[in-house]
Write a protein that binds this ligand. Structure first.
Ligand SMILES: Nc1ncnc2c1ncn2[C@@H]1O[C@H](COP(=O)(O)OP(=O)(O)OP(=O)(O)O)[C@@H](O)[C@H]1O
Length: 330
């Protein structure tokens, strides 16, 4: 299958605030129709990246393209036009309290100069899409946090932007409501073909909603890739964040080997791994393990405890030969 063309493309984007380098040489391509997560510790540059993507903040150097249009350097009316191709959803929804759900969704259409009949049709369609057709006349105060976020999403999509940027969209929501909102984002992507960028500090959001993910660290791309690739390709920062292991016994006597499951068709489970080692006559124990289902695939990380460094080297060779990512842990 040919690769989808990138809808969002950043090339060598840097942003300097005085002596602070908030972004440093960021190059990133997000294909059309993908849900891409941006994660990273506080101060990593996530908000700055979003502001560069929306044209709110011009990069100090580098290029930002959305749907083939270069948006860095645009000003005035040209920037406003370009920004219409980007819908935004925030943690704090900021709905207009004096307007109903329908009135809030209608607002960007009014600003864009759409006629009444067009607005009414579009608002009804959007509220239906986000599952709130029966709450059109409710005011924000009469809606739950999850329902308010649905109105916010409908509002962001009113002018049919090809890109939806979500800044911590579920941070204020409980686990069940978060799951429903993430489900909604995936359904909207499937129905409308939009490209979605989600900034989040919650690994579960990336696991449940994203197709691909970028880890920012001190303004740089520390790791980026397809979700399954980053969790099955070894003991990487994203694998550790997305499939965290419980702590293993600090008083252990042997050496630890980190193994990622999910990248081999033959050796798929912890039991398969132990069987491979048993057949080679290498005693091993599972010191810690986490299993997850990501995008319908079983993935996981194991820490195996073996007798000594020699055994650890043999185990990594053996498992690498079976197509698994395995490395001696520090
Ligand atoms: N307008 C500004 N002026 C000066 N420094 C800034 C400005 N905006 C951001 N920074 C600095 O740039 C760096 C990246 O900040 P940014 O807000 O993008 O990080 P973040 O990953 O979004 O953090 P958080 O998760 O805490 O929101 C930080 O060192 C921050 O202090």
């Amino acid at each position: 299958m040919p690769a989808r063309p990138p809808l969002i493309r950043l090339s060598g984007v840097s942003k300097q605030f005085g002596s602070v380098r908030a972004l440093e040489d960021i190059s990133l391509e997000i294909p059309a129709g993908e849900i891409h997560g941006i994660v990273g510790p506080s101060g990593a540059g996530k908000s700055t990246l979003i502001r560069c993507l929306t044209g709110l903040e011009p990069p100090t150097s580098g290029e930002v393209q959305i749907a083939g249009t270069r948006i860095d350097g645009l000003r005035g009316a040209a920037l406003r036009r370009a920004r219409r191709s980007i819908g935004m959803v925030f943690q704090d929804v900021h709905l207009l309290s004096s307007r109903t759900a329908a009135g809030n969704v209608s607002h960007p259409l009014e600003v864009a100069g759409a006629g009444r009949a067009e607005r009414e049709g579009r608002v009804a369609e959007l509220l239906e899409l986000v599952g709130l057709a029966d709450r059109a006349d409710s005011y924000p105060a009469q809606l739950s946090g999850g329902q308010q976020q649905r109105v916010g999403i409908a509002r962001a999509l009113a002018t049919r932007p090809p890109v939806l940027l979500c800044d911590e969209p579920t941070s204020a929501l409980d686990a069940e409501t978060t799951r429903q909102i993430l489900d909604l984002l995936r359904r909207l992507r499937d129905r409308l073909g939009i490209t979605v960028v989600v900034i989040t500090h919650e690994p579960s959001v990336v696991r449940e909603a994203c197709d691909s993910v970028t880890l920012l660290d001190r303004g740089r791309v520390a790791q980026s890739g397809g979700l399954l690739d980053v969790v099955t390709s070894g003991d990487t920062p994203l694998a550790r964040a997305l499939v965290p292991l419980p702590p293993s016994d600090p008083d252990r006597a042997g050496r630890l080997v980190a193994v990622s499951l999910g990248g081999s068709a033959q050796v798929r489970s912890a039991r398969d791994v132990l069987a491979v080692l048993d057949a080679a006559g290498i005693p091993a124990e599972i010191a810690a393990a986490t299993l997850e289902t990501i995008d319908g695939h079983r993935v996981g990380r194991l820490q195996l405890e073996v007798a000594d460094s020699d055994a650890a080297e043999r185990v990594t060779d053996l498992l690498s030969g079976q197509g698994l990512a395995a490395e001696v842990a520090a």
